[in-house]
Design a protein around this ligand. Structure first.
Ligand code: ADP
Ligand code: TRP
Length: 333
């Protein structure tokens, strides 16, 4: 039986963090043996916020280096840059004819951006979900490992796939579904309790894969807590639950069990919990940071990964586009 096709992307907008790792990359690594995987750096998507041209290459290299340092094997998957696959913008153009202004304007991530950067509401921002759908549909993927913030975009990708199928021929594009292996990590909150960890916001309350041990310790010791529960087995506030989720993925099970029991018995000492979490998280991040720093300097290695990845991704993309053109009627010679 042929393996299921998986696609996911990460924008080249800065340093990767624990949200990217636990919400996305960890799933990539889990899927790489049993699936036909296409993972890419969404560099075109990052242009919606007008990055400085001199930063782009370094940001793209960093996403590649941090993925490989996290355990992604470029021999097993196609790891490539979105801009190396010209078939993606071609499919994006085709899908744009099936996407409506009204539905695009209603997307929450678009509305957020309008609020955050009112001076730069470009058409690329509006059609961001169409480009994302093209990224996925170009390989006719069925599974997409992403965090919770991407659910609405995936729903739109299914809509565009169905519209194309209805208009030009049934069952060409399968409906891509969100994949997740751990419900708890689909949204890693910022340590100050305000929103999610992110590449560009809440930088002092986000732990990056490139953070040194001391920086990790400082950030975790400053994480938001409170006076503790006053009745046994109380429901955890979001920011406390987030610390337990981080502990669950980085500490030994008996350590998490001990602090969970302390919480449930109302004798938890958050200072002790944070000290333990800081050490365990520093131990967790250190090998990834060190390996990524080394790899990022090896430009020849990164370029080889990107070239090999693009070759694999283009083979699959060219087949889809050739077929799509024919279905649309672009078939003149
Ligand atoms: P960011 O939002 O930090 O700029 P991206 O938009 O490039 O990161 O997201 C890359 C992947 O990481 C996506 O699958 C996204 O859902 C996931 N992701 C981003 N932030 C988080 C978070 N705080 N918790 C869980 N997953 C996240
Ligand atoms: N929009 C995604 C994000 O901000 C990144 C992305 C672009 C993506 N294209 C994709 C994710 C295709 C999955 C599949 O996180």
């Amino acid at each position: 039986m042929s393996k299921e096709v998986v696609v996911s992307g990460i924008r080249s907008t800065g340093y990767l963090h624990l949200g990217n790792y636990f919400g996305a990359i960890q799933n990539y690594v889990k899927m790489q043996d049993e699936h036909n995987c296409y993972f890419f750096v969404a560099d075109y998507h990052s242009l919606t916020t007008h990055p400085d041209p001199k930063d782009l290459r370094q940001n793209v290299y960093r996403v590649v280096a941090e993925n490989v340092a996290s355990g992604l094997d470029p021999e097993k998957v196609a790891l490539y840059a979105q801009s190396d696959i010209p078939e993606i913008p071609e499919l994006y153009l085709m899908l744009n004819m099936l996407a409506y202004k009204g539905e695009l304007e209603k997307v929450p991530t678009f509305k957020d951006k309008v609020r955050l950067q009112p001076e730069n509401v470009n058409a690329g921002l509006l059609t961001y979900p169409v480009l994302m759908a093209a990224d996925i549909l170009i390989h006719r993927a069925v599974k997409v490992p992403v965090g919770k913030d991407q659910e609405q975009h995936l729903e739109m990708a299914r809509n565009f796939a169905n519209r194309f199928n209805t208009r030009y021929g049934a069952d060409f594009f399968p409906e891509p579904q969100v994949y997740r292996s751990n419900q708890d990590t689909v949204k890693i909150l910022s340590l100050d309790g305000n929103g999610k960890m992110s590449k560009s916001e809440n930088v002092n309350a986000t732990i990056y894969l490139s953070d040194e041990d001391d920086v990790i310790r400082k950030k975790i010791m400053k994480a938001k807590t409170d006076a503790g529960p006053t009745e046994p087995n109380a429901e955890m506030p979001d920011y406390i639950r987030n610390l337990f989720v981080l502990m669950q993925v980085s500490s030994a099970p008996e350590v998490t069990a001990k602090f969970t029991a302390d919480y449930n018995n109302c004798n938890i000492r958050y200072g002790d919990m944070k000290k333990q979490l800081a050490e365990d998280m520093a131990n967790f991040v250190r090998p990834i940071r060190e390996r990524a720093a080394e790899l990022q300097q090896d430009h020849a290695a990164i370029q080889r990964i990107l070239k090999d990845g693009a070759e694999k991704a283009r083979a699959s993309s060219a087949a889809t586009i050739a077929e799509a053109r024919k279905m649309i009627g672009i078939n003149y010679y």
